[in-house]
Design a protein around this ligand. Structure first.
Ligand code: NAD
Length: 510
């Protein structure tokens, strides 16, 4: 597909209008740091960044807000999140425009990202009346034993470029109802998204009469992130990004005995079994592997197909890849937008070279597209590579649309291949055989945090806890009982017996 791309001026005008509509005071944030759009490589913002020295002040302000917020009843805290959801719905298109301009997502996925913010707000509002503790029978007469959950303190959030607003909202909506303020260090690639998303939350905070410092944004790069990570006033540090980032951040938090929640890289596979519905599998694979230009943590990077169906799977996926509309993410009909930048493109090319050097055969895709129109932007046709074995390059997450295909004979061999990489985020099996599906989801099955059946690896919904094992970091967010990470669980024994019997029958007479 050949498209023209918007000019840098056009994108900048649209970005500024969307940011202002959300309530950002651009003049007060004006500065030297240029932000570029992956859509055409042009400059779309000039903003002042924070310094590491600002961190302490912000964490102190957040702590002051915490002292007031922790005693606000949880359902009243929920009312603030409900107002935030209303504003997000009102400004869904504005925020989505910024997501497309700064992260390069196609419009439908950008709107989906904002919808996910609204969904987590709804989840959190419900949660605000369900922060359940438990009571347990005490072994002592006239005693009650119980567990309750109390607010934790300041939550630091570090987020990645590819979900520039949703990941923060997963953390923030839940943290707020749990009684915690948030200091956010967004990706340096998506500062306008961050300012706009925070401006909407600031409006909700003002409308409901709570302290402004419940939400603060720190614009900046790694140095600013590191200062947030190291600050002893941050009770929970929730960091989303590459495994390399987690490797730097995790030990720093551990060193000060802080709590961390890590959501890191993935390297996700789908097993396609002999009984799979290949129509459905093809659609599931193409969305998960080529959607978002391969730039989701849950992007499908490996297909492990049974030898009886592998040729047909490759043929069908390759045919779909050849026809995928690649181009301006905001144009109607585009399904694959740009890579983030030249470094992402270099990584794409290098991984294809490594795969072919290891005996891989490129079946379709791999070309750079829109070269003349895009200048400093990088559009590629997603690539399918048939591999003779799980070569070293397949053990790493290359953040670009590369799909490696392997074949297998026996389900346990397929599961072993699925599990043989360092990451453990998402996985899926396409099968009509219930026993196979159960084995894949059971104790001998996939070792990932997300294990799907007859659906691709990406596109999670709010409600189920999200996260993965091994180098993915072990964190869980946004659903089930993930809220407990944002609270302090306490155990209380109440004695109403008038006696003082000791547990385990211990005697201590005075
Ligand atoms: P990145 O690791 O380059 O950056 C992520 C964030 O961490 C940015 O805000 C960055 O400034 C900050 N950062 C990086 N190094 C740091 C350090 N040493 N100290 C403090 N802060 C630091 O990742 P990216 O390129 O923005 O995003 C892509 C990566 O994120 C992929 O690996 C993807 O799989 C992962 N990701 C994971 C999830 C998940 O939920 N598991 C979700 C989205 C993205």
């Amino acid at each position: 597909m050949t498209t023209t791309l918007p000019t840098a001026d056009d994108l900048r005008t649209r970005a500024e209008a969307a940011a202002r509509a959300c309530g950002v005071d651009l003049a007060s944030r004006e500065g030297e740091m240029e932000g570029r759009s992956p859509v055409n490589g042009g400059v779309v913002s000039g903003l002042s960044w924070n310094t590491a020295a600002d961190v302490r002040e912000m964490v102190d302000a957040a702590h002051e807000a915490y002292l007031r917020w922790r005693v606000v009843p949880a359902p009243v805290r929920g009312a603030l999140v409900r107002r935030w959801a209303e504003l997000l719905a009102e400004h869904k298109a504005d925020l989505a425009t910024l997501v497309s301009i700064e992260a390069g997502k196609v419009t439908s996925e950008a709107l989906g990202e904002v919808q996910e913010m609204i969904d987590i707000c709804e989840f959190a509002v419900g949660l605000s009346r369900q922060l359940y503790g438990r009571t347990m029978p005490s072994e002592r007469p006239g005693h009650r034993l119980m567990e309750t959950w109390q607010p934790l303190g300041v939550v630091g959030v570090i987020s990645a470029f590819n979900f520039p607003v949703a990941v923060w909202s997963w953390n923030t909506a839940v943290a707020l109802v749990c009684g915690d303020p948030v200091v956010w260090k967004p990706s340096e690639r998506t500062p306008l998204c961050a300012l706009a998303a925070d401006a909407l939350l600031q409006r909700a905070i003002a409308d409901t009469g709570h302290p402004a410092a419940l939400s603060q944004v720190l614009l900046g790069a790694h140095d600013v992130g590191r200062a947030l990570v190291a600050d002893p006033g941050v009770a929970l540090l929730s960091a989303t990004g590459s495994t390399g980032m987690g490797r730097a951040v995790g030990p720093l938090v551990a060193e000060r005995f802080g709590r961390s929640l890590l959501e890191l890289g993935g390297n996700n596979a789908a097993v396609v079994a002999p009984s799979a519905d290949l129509d459905l599998a093809t659609r599931g694979i193409v969305f998960a592997a080529a959607g978002t230009a391969g730039q989701r943590c849950t992007t499908m990077r490996r297909v492990i197909a049974h030898s009886s169906v592998v040729d047909e799977v490759v043929e069908r996926v390759a045919a779909a890849y050849r026809a995928l509309p690649v181009g301006d993410p905001m144009a109607d009909g585009t399904l694959v937008g740009p890579l983030l930048d030249g470094r992402s493109y270099e990584a794409f090319v290098a991984a294809i070279e490594a795969a072919t050097a290891a005996g891989g055969e490129v079946v379709a895709g791999g070309e750079r597209e829109l070269v003349e129109e895009s200048g400093d932007a990088y559009y590629v046709r997603p690539v399918v590579i048939r591999m003779p074995r799980q070569a070293q390059v397949m053990h790493a997450e290359t953040f670009a649309p590369i799909l490696y295909v392997l074949s297998y004979e026996d389900l346990h061999e397929a599961i072993a291949l699925n599990n043989a990489v360092p990451q453990g985020l998402s996985s899926s099996i396409f099968t009509q055989d219930q026993a196979e599906a159960e084995i894949f989801c059971g104790p001998e099955g996939s070792d990932c945090g997300i294990v799907n059946v007859n659906i691709g690896t990406s596109g999670a919904e709010i409600g189920g806890a999200f996260g993965g094992e091994k180098e993915t970091g072990g964190g869980r967010e946004s659903g089930s009982d993930a809220w407990r990470a944002y609270m302090r669980g306490i155990t209380t024994t109440v004695n109403y017996s008038g006696e003082l019997p000791l547990a385990q029958g211990v005697r201590f007479e005075i």
